[in-house]
Design a protein around this ligand. Structure first.
Ligand SMILES: [Zn+2]
Length: 269
């Protein structure tokens, strides 16, 4: 119809009407194009918001799951240092180590229980489990190559930075684990370990440990092994667990900023 009207206007040499017809056609195309663009942008915004909200839920959950590691590992490392100082004759008793144990296991109020945990701590110098690190939404974005769907450059950068740190940290923990010795396996004569019908707060049975500290002090090979384990445990804690948790906190702060979430307000309510 527009074409017929255009032909008629050309025949009539009505150039104003011809120009008007052209304008209507061009404007129509441009408006249709713009509407498509708006729709695409709106859909992208909706999926970005959905991704960010899911990513935030994943981050909150992972932070909670990692908190056990982030809070306890530095104290465990400090306790191991105190025990080693005592066994090497650099401090006169284990009071400082016992005080640390009570922070990790507040339920160990009774002295006997704290004594067992203190001795058990020497074996924990070899317990360097890899903390949880999965963010399902981030994995989905990365594997689908859709990281660029997130418009915030800061969130994108921190997400990649966290993923790289996790890869580095897990690699380091695996190496450190392979260089660490289980003390009670290597030096069985220095420990007495008995099964005890007592369960910790996590519902897991805990063995009752007794250490022969006097014999440990005299055993140079044991003291060397403990020093190496302690160095490994400090590396595991301060170069493995904590830097990845810090990167997670930075990512969390960045996502909070984009979503306008302020946890300090929530906490003070
Ligand atoms: Zn948050």
């Amino acid at each position: 119809m527009l074409l017929r009207s255009l032909t008629k206007h050309v025949k009539d040499q009505n150039w104003f009407a011809v120009a008007l017809d052209f304008f209507i056609v061009v404007a129509g195309i441009l408006i249709a194009f713009q509407i498509t663009n708006w729709n695409e942008a709106r859909q992208l915004k909706v999926s970005e918001l959905d991704y960010l909200q899911r990513l935030h839920s994943d981050i909150v959950e992972l932070t909670e799951r990692r908190s056990r590691y982030t809070l306890s590992r530095p104290i465990m490392s400090e306790t191991l240092k105190d025990i080693a100082q005592f066994l090497n004759g650099d401090s006169k008793d284990l009071s400082s180590a016992k005080a640390q144990i009570r922070i990790i296991f507040p339920e160990d109020g009774r002295n006997e229980r704290a004594e067992s945990s203190l001795c058990n701590m020497i074996d924990w110098s070899a317990a360097m489990t890899i903390p949880p690190s999965d963010l399902p939404t981030a994995l989905e974005l990365l594997s689908a190559g859709r990281v660029n769907d997130i418009s915030s450059e800061d969130v994108r950068t921190r997400l990649l930075s966290f993923s790289q740190e996790i890869a580095r940290s897990n690699g380091l923990i695996s190496i450190v684990q392979s260089q660490t010795i289980q003390p009670s396996d290597k030096f069985p004569d220095l420990f007495t370990i008995r099964y005890e019908e007592r369960y910790d707060t996590g519902g897991l049975p805990r063995p009752k440990y007794t250490c022969n500290y006097a014999a440990m002090k005299e055993n140079a090979a044991f003291l060397n092994m403990l020093s190496k384990n302690n160095i490994n445990f400090a590396q595991y804690t301060f170069s493995g667990v904590l830097p990845a948790s810090e990167k997670l906190d930075e990512l969390h702060a960045s996502v909070d900023k984009v979503l306008g979430i302020d946890h300090t307000v929530e906490e003070t309510k």
